[in-house]
Design a protein around this ligand. Structure first.
Ligand code: G3P
Ligand code: CA
Length: 263
């Protein structure tokens, strides 16, 4: 590749608060999202799943085991059962340096509660998890987006191309990111894959450890935005910017802000 063809750092690089400011507060909870806003994040990143009674709730794993005091599959529990769980004490136990009394007994938020709380004050990057467990989640998500008039504030992402295409069919105005996992820094993503992604999505979200500058360059040459997950060290954040990333997912939005401030 000739130097003149090489993508330069983007003029503006978005801060994506991964599961909220999840380095400092329990992931995917209201305090994590509130803190992300206070730390100037551009996007709140969050993961949604459906309860047994088909309510979209904000939780990363298909089970409640890791991030609450309960056990079991989200899809087998009603909202009432989900709301009884403590989604914060695990964080206080695991990260005593960031523990806060107010994190104990936090609830898993619903998508409805999140939109009601923050409305159009921020952008949301919403990940549809495990669509096979969450049938119908795409149209439900769109209903909430429309109810809160957030068409211009929500971007949807998923590992599932099928799920993204469903969203595209339901509401073509919603920008989409295809999340990908690359196994090693030597993996070359085929041009044909970028072309395919470009047919329904505005961007691609790869894992930082599995890509390199050439990946970002090729994706951007195909007209895709690139937001890279999940970067918590400032040296790696600088690298991502240098590669031309349009956004960086981080658990520590303040660390990325410091890097941006030095530019
Ligand atoms: O949202 C992109 C990235 O977050 C995917 O990884 O496991 O943190 O949802 P995960
Ligand atoms: Ca995610």
């Amino acid at each position: 590749i000739r130097v003149a063809d090489w993508i330069r750092p983007a003029d503006s690089v978005s801060t994506v608060a991964h599961r909220g400011a999840s380095g400092y507060a329990p992931e995917n909870t209201m305090p994590a999202f509130q803190l992300a806003l206070e730390l100037n994040a551009d996007y709140l990143e969050l993961d949604i799943q459906l309860t047994k009674d088909k309510v979209p709730v904000i939780i990363h794993d298909p089970t409640v085991d890791r991030t609450t005091n309960g056990t079991g599959n989200v899809r087998d529990m009603t909202l009432e059962q989900i709301e009884r769980l403590d989604a914060g004490s695990w964080f206080n136990d695991k990260y005593p340096m960031f523990a806060r009394d107010r994190y104990a007994n936090l609830q898993i938020p619903t998508l409805d509660q999140l939109f009601a709380e923050f409305g159009g004050r921020v952008h949301y990057l919403i990940e549809i998890k495990d669509p096979s467990y969450n049938k119908g989640i795409e149209s439900l998500l769109n209903q909430y987006i429309e109810r809160y008039d957030l068409d211009n504030k929500v971007t949807v992402q998923s590992f599932s191309e099928k799920s993204l295409k469903k969203i595209h069919d339901i509401n073509p105005e919603i920008p989409l990111y295809q999340i990908v996992w690359c196994d090693s820094p030597y993996t070359q993503f085929m041009d044909i894959s970028f072309k395919r992604i470009k047919s329904y999505a505005v961007g691609v979200s790869p894992n930082f450890q599995g890509i390199n500058a050439a990946f970002v360059n090729q994706a951007k040459k195909k007209g895709l935005k690139v937001m890279i997950y999940t970067i918590n060290y400032q040296g790696n954040m600088e690298k991502a910017i240098h590669w031309g990333a349009d956004g960086v997912y981080t658990n520590y939005p303040d660390r990325f802000q410091e890097v941006l401030d030095k530019r």
